[in-house]
Design a protein around this ligand. Sequence first.
Ligand code: F6P
Length: 508
Amino acid sequence: MSRLVIVSNRTPGKAPAAGGLAVVLKKTLSERDGFWFGWSGQFSETPEKQARFETIDGLSIGQVDLTRADHNAYYAGYANSILWPAFHLRLDLTNIQSHWYEGYRRVNAQFADALVEHLEPDDVIWVHDYHLIPLATELRRRNVRNRIGFYLHIPFPTPDALNAIPHHEDLLRDLVAYDLVGFQAQRDVAAFHEFIAHEQIHKQTGGEPMVLDIDDTVLEAFPIGSDPEAFARLAVSPNGRKIAKRVSAALNAHALILGVDRLDYSKGLPQRISAYEKLLENNARLRRTVHMLQIAPPSRDSIKEYQQISDELDSAVGRVIGRFAEPDWLPLTYVKRAYAQASLAGLYRLARVGLVTPLRDGMNLVAHEYVASQNPEDPGVLVLSRFAGAAEIFHDALLINPFDTDETAEAMRQALAMPIEERKERWRKLMDSARLHSVDNWASSYLDRLMGLGDTPDRDDTGDADVSDADARPLSTPPAGDPANRAITVTPRKHRGTLFPWLKSVFS
Ligand code: F6P
């Protein structure tokens, strides 16, 4: 069986993984041969060409140090001050400094240099997230002919937002250097196609469209998930029970409304606090019966926009406490710290309402973890943003528009008042979906797809196809959620000249 080589910016460390990508991929790799490759978390005076390997938690991990200047340009700069805000449609929060792009490419080239000597011909390489979009291009330049897949853990931007990213044409060409590009949601696949359609319109109106050869790349949505059975166990583990017992005693029978998010402007935290404020404002009788707990570990705090969201949240929390607190009742607790998974699972199970209300999000695994941690006999209610990828699979959550604080407040009220039978019914369907989209199913469906593709094409002989080829049609979004369209492929491999074959099936 082929080895699996996972590449991502962060690799699993010695401390327990605090969520996201690291948690889900650790499990995937632990079930296969191979290694994980990425940044060591350390700095060197000159770019490190050789990877250091060590075994952590039974996994082989290869790491390189970066120079401080390169890391700043690549991570805090291009990846998190340009790509992250633009992909989350926050162009107002982008900070564009042109030299960052060179650092971004330099680090990707450095990763490729350090990785290439450890590759075997049969290895399957799986690259993760927006930090490493150019890695396949760099590896191909070093004659790597292995199967290479990419998975994007954040949303894909709309055409306007993509156009606002410096060097976005390079990024698109980098993406199609992969054999398989996986997205979180159908929405993201549709956004990619929409960009292509805009180029087509541009051509039709006499403009010069960008040239992109998408013949040899498969683009598909693979909704990621959690390990629901493990979360269900953690929620009743000794550590899960311990924290639930302590918090339950402090709650004094008040219903818990819980949010757990990285402190990031994409998570809609000030809007969420305002919605809670409206709940208390409009429903005076709820005031002494509920308590909101917001856990928000700080993140990327060297970036100004993250300091600003932190200040904004401090002020929103202070406002609500000052407005509604009484000597013997606090409406809200705000904790700026990370917690271990077992503690989170215990808290999820205790919470009558789980708030997952990002302004825009890839999947959002907190939604999965909240569902998985519930007591089947007395489950809580998930209030979920329509703009999280999770909304495509969790139809039985209370879906809200996070920009509409009235709607969010009303969903909280409805969740608190929901009869037990309805809670159980909704939870059963949510849990079925969490199981169907478990991390195991996600990883195996992605890897089966990647390994099942035909031979890796010799990309050197491919002439670039103009996206405005004659048989391209005006594009419409393929129907989301239609199982027949689960795999939306731009062009079959080895098939040339028809850029939107799926359109044919849509229109035939
Ligand atoms: O959601 C995207 C993501 O890159 C996750 O994979 C990761 O867990 C999270 O953001 C944290 O990002 P960072 O590595 O910048 O702290």
